[in-house]
Design a protein around this ligand. Structure first.
Ligand code: HEC
Length: 236
């Protein structure tokens, strides 16, 4: 019996517990209901990521609708190529070229938030630091020897890996970028928020529906119980 319970626990435990790999992750604390945050995340994504990474399961017009924007607003603010509004968020870079340039082709980011979890992504974006031994001059404290350059360095500034008083590694800002620390961490929260939305666009609808279904079942439970009492009244 004990073995069965342990086996059940193993399967029931969310995958994210294992995906975190035990690293000390920061908390994303993003809010999928915050439309302004999602719009800002989308802006960061199309400006800084969509050149290398695609999101090929998402169409521009669907994204606009979900984020409370008209097609015109999407065209003006989030589309820079000759893409049509109903196109998916694809890129022109060929995987073979990408492999030659970066060592690993940049993965499609449609469902990355489901694979890695939001805390992992947030920590990853906050953890780039200078490392002259790497091809792009940067490394990542969470993703060792990562093939991706620090594309947000202009915003964040430069971080260095230094030792704490007790000898543990920590990251320290050695040169500020165009954003201060708080602005940058808020921007990363928005970016992660957008990536979580991308991973499951109907999540908020699904959750709202879930509450309604549970409420309905509760009402049904009361009715069924009253009905049962009525039927059994004469038998007892
Ligand atoms: C210049 C090209 C380039 C740009 C621009 C870029 N990336 Fe990357 N990214 C890469 C490459 C290459 C990898 C693969 C790294 C590896 O596996 O070593 C990667 C990896 C990643 C990963 C890790 C994927 C995994 O293995 O789980 C995430 C998450 C990610 N990028 C997000 C972003 C986001 C968000 C942006 C925009 C802020 C962005 N990237 C911009 C090239 C890029």
């Amino acid at each position: 019996m004990k073995k069965i319970i342990i086996a059940c626990l193993f399967f029931v435990l969310p995958a994210s517990v294992f995906a975190s790999g035990g690293a000390n992750l920061m908390h994303a604390d993003n809010d999928l209901h915050d439309k302004a945050s999602l719009q800002n995340g989308a802006k960061l994504f199309v400006n800084y990521c969509l050149s290398c990474h695609s999101a090929k399961y998402m169409r521009f017009n669907r994204m606009g609708r979900d984020l409370g924007m008209t097609d015109e607003q999407v065209k003006e603010n989030l589309m820079f190529t000759t893409d049509k509004i109903a196109n998916t968020m694809d890129i022109a870079m060929k995987p073979e070229d990408a492999e030659r340039w970066f060592g690993t082709p940049p993965p499609d980011l449609s469902v990355i938030a489901r694979a890695r979890g939001t805390d992992w992504l947030y920590t990853y974006f906050m953890s780039f630091y200078e490392d002259k031994s790497r091809p792009f001059g940067v490394n990542n404290a969470l993703f060792k020897d990562v093939g991706m350059p620090h594309v947000l360095m202009k915003l964040q500034g430069r971080q260095a890996l230094v030792k704490d008083e007790d000898g543990t590694d920590k990251l320290e800002l050695v040169e500020t970028g165009t954003m201060d620390e708080e602005e940058f961490s808020n921007a990363m929260r928005d970016l992660v928020n957008f990536l979580e939305y991308l991973g499951e666009p109907i999540k908020t609808t699904r959750q709202a529906m879930g509450y309604k279904v549970i409420l309905f079942l509760l009402v049904l439970l009361v009715l069924a119980y009253m009905l049962k009492k009525e039927y059994w009244k004469d038998i007892h």
